[in-house]
Design a protein around this ligand. Structure first.
Ligand code: WTA
Length: 655
């Protein structure tokens, strides 16, 4: 345990205008009932593997394991390898069998204002129907299924039905373009796509099934069927034989289904994420270890109490946060949770606070970008609501700046709730670094410490551990249960990306910079590679550059993430036109923005595109992104002495 967790100092006097506490120790009443006490660190310290065995023991295993960890094939871990379990049984059936079938699992809130309360009994029936129908379609354990859906209950049902049958799901965020969907479907050779006719966005029905048709047009694909949930009632193009309505098929299927157990290392899902090259990586997660850590962290970090709390994670199931903290962690822990379909400002900026009030939300987990958006909208909006049910707030996706952290606690949390700033990644599968709310005296902006059972170091390029106060690279020096098991179809890339950097030590290189401050609190400082973080979404510079140079008028492109007050980072692009380009100026800029939306997603649209005659390059031909970032953030140019032609670029910067 770090010293920061027992630090109780405050600066300034209560009541004076600029006095703010330096740390926020947990309050007595919270400590008294907290799921996790300081002893959890000691238990993990005493015997890490035994500790994880205890956590895994919270799940239902059809066959117990004999070996906790097999690391002999590092960096591919096997956790609880000879044990068998069914992930969906753990998330649904066992709660019903334990007598909690009438408990609400999901308070679902549709964007247009419709809602559904789904009990664990209901969830079991729906998942069983879907499992029976997917079996009827001939899908077999190990097959891949793509899920391309908005936040409707059927999306969660589909994920659980896959898990139940040992099908490996690949959820593709419904904001992704047909091109991006096709790339992911092809990479995983999915046999089935599950989608909806359309999705609600700010009161309008936007087509979604049409995007699937577009994706599947052209070259033949691995997809045999498209299963379509009716959500918006818009007309959809239809391919007989291939396309199937959910309400004609799943809805009529038998609501009884016997779950079968799978190996702990059976592939559960693939989730694509951006790396430093243009091609997204299919991060592979398996069953037993993943579910163990998702459930353990949800229980201890959020202090979740089954049957009492009303939990709400605002993520989309298209991202890992939706996988681990909407679907698997909370449902394994028998949560009652809110799932909301829309954006925070439909129909107006009160929506999230209306929902918190309506359902009496007690735990709220969101991203710093949304907190900063709330700040921009003004505190009158949350102040108009009774948010007194909230007892814990969480943050994820990017570093949370201390100002946003304090505002979150004061305005949303009524200066009362602990905040857990949780660091983790698609690759880590579950939370790794975070305060424990009943133990840690938190510092605004710091993720504080590795969780019990997790080990992190901060090192320099050569792998030497740094003193407190110095910034370096974040590494994970011990395997953990929910770690990725590989990159789908590309194990070489898996080794190169995460393990080669510190191959001698056998450490996982996270791609983030971090430091311990002089009190020993851990601060995550942001990516050290060419991955940008826009509103908590990971987007690679190479991916956007490749979409830009795909336009016939563009000869070369360079993209950087520039600091943005709301979205954390925003994408700023610099492009050089081809000699005989047809367009220029605003016309070209508009076309390029459309090209990026088309190729990737509207979330990857550049905030600015600068058309320039030259990019800053070193004599060896490497683009100097540092200088581009200086321009994008309006700073004086740094050292330009290594540029081929400093004058040209200095002129651009002045322009
Ligand atoms: C960043 C999201 C600082 C980080 C769960 C990481 C954070 C990347 C935090 C993973 C945090 C996530 N503080 N940075 N609390 N949480 N990040 O795969 O750069 O979408 O490497 O997973 O987000 O993003 P991903």
């Amino acid at each position: 345990m770090t010293s920061a967790t027992t630090d109780h100092d405050t600066t300034g006097q209560a009541g004076s205008a600029d006095a703010v506490p330096a740390t926020y120790p947990p309050e007595g009443a919270f400590i008294a009932t907290a799921n996790a006490g300081a002893a959890l660190y000691d238990r993990a310290e005493a015997d890490r593997l035994e500790f994880w065995a205890e956590q895994a023991g919270q799940l239902h295993w059809d066959q117990p394991w004999t070996q906790v960890l097999d690391w002999s094939d590092a960096p591919v871990a096997k956790w609880f390898a000879d044990g068998k379990l069914n992930v969906a049984y753990n998330c649904v059936d066992r709660h019903v069998l334990d007598g909690h079938g009438d408990q609400i699992a999901i308070h679902w809130e549709g964007e247009p204002g419709d809602s559904r309360d789904i009990t664990y009994n209901d969830l079991l029936a729906e998942v069983s129907r879907a499992a029976n129908y997917l079996t009827e379609l001939g899908l077999e354990a190990g097959d891949r299924v793509a899920i391309y859906m908005p936040m409707v209950p059927e999306a969660i049902v589909s994920m659980l039905a896959c898990a139940r049958l040992g099908l490996t799901h690949s959820v593709v965020f419904a904001g992704f373009s047909p091109t991006a969907l096709r790339q992911r479907v092809d990479d995983a050779s999915a046999r089935l796509i599950i989608t909806t006719d359309g999705q609600w966005r700010r009161g309008m029905a936007a087509p979604l099934k049409a995007a699937v048709d577009e994706a599947l047009g052209g070259e033949p694909s691995s997809v045999e069927h498209v299963l379509v949930v009716r959500r918006t009632n818009i007309d959809v193009p239809w391919t007989d034989g291939r396309d199937l309505w959910w309400h004609d098929t799943v809805t009529n299927a038998d609501a009884d289904h016997q779950a079968q157990a799978f190996d702990a290392e059976h592939p559960l899902f693939i989730l694509y994420t951006s790396g430093t090259t243009g091609k997204p990586k299919g991060i592979l997660h398996t069953s037993g270890g993943y579910l163990t850590q998702a459930a353990y962290t949800h229980h201890n970090v959020f202090d979740h109490k089954a049957g009492q709390d009303v939990y709400w994670c605002t993520a989309d199931i298209g991202w890992v946060t939706g996988h681990s903290y909407i679907v698997y962690g909370p449902l394994a822990n028998r949560a009652t949770q809110v799932v909301y379909e829309g954006t925070p400002n439909s129909p107006d900026e009160h929506r999230h606070f209306d929902i918190i009030e309506k359902y009496g939300v007690t735990i709220y987990y969101t991203a710093p970008t949304l907190v900063r958006t709330f700040m921009k909208w003004g505190r009158e909006i949350p102040d108009a609501h009774d948010l007194s049910t909230l007892r814990l707030l969480g943050s994820v996706g990017e570093p949370i700046n201390p100002e946003a952290w304090r505002w979150y606690r004061d305005v949303i949390g009524g200066n009362r709730t602990p905040i857990v700033d949780t660091w983790w990644q698609t690759e880590t599968g579950a939370i790794m670094i975070s305060p424990l709310p009943g133990v840690t005296a938190t510092k605004p902006g710091a993720a504080m410490a590795a969780l019990p059972g997790i080990s992190a170091k901060i090192v320099d390029d050569a792998g030497a551990e740094l003193d407190h106060g110095a910034s370096g690279l974040l590494v994970l020096d011990q395997p953990w249960p929910s770690m990725l098991r590989g990159i789908w179809g590309d194990m070489d890339r898996f080794r190169e990306t995460y393990w080669d950097r510190f191959a001698n030590d056998g450490w996982y290189f996270a791609g983030d910079g971090a430091k311990f401050d002089t009190d020993g609190a851990l601060w995550v400082l942001g990516r050290v590679d060419d991955v940008m973080n826009v509103s908590g979404h990971r987007i690679s510079t190479a991916e956007v550059e490749s979409a830009l140079v795909g336009h016939t008028d563009v000869a070369e492109a360079a993209v950087v993430g520039a600091t943005d007050a709301t979205t954390g980072q925003a994408i700023v692009a610099f492009v050089i036109r081809t000699a005989n380009a047809a367009h220029s100026g605003d016309t070209l800029t508009a076309e390029l923005i459309a090209a990026v939306s088309q190729e990737i997603s509207p979330i990857a649209r550049p905030r600015e595109i600068h058309i320039v005659p030259e990019l800053p390059k070193t004599r060896s031909g490497k683009i100097m992104r540092r200088l581009l970032r200086d321009v994008a953030e309006g700073r004086e140019l740094g050292d330009t002495s290594t540029l081929v032609d400093p004058q040209v670029f200095e002129a651009i910067a002045r322009g």
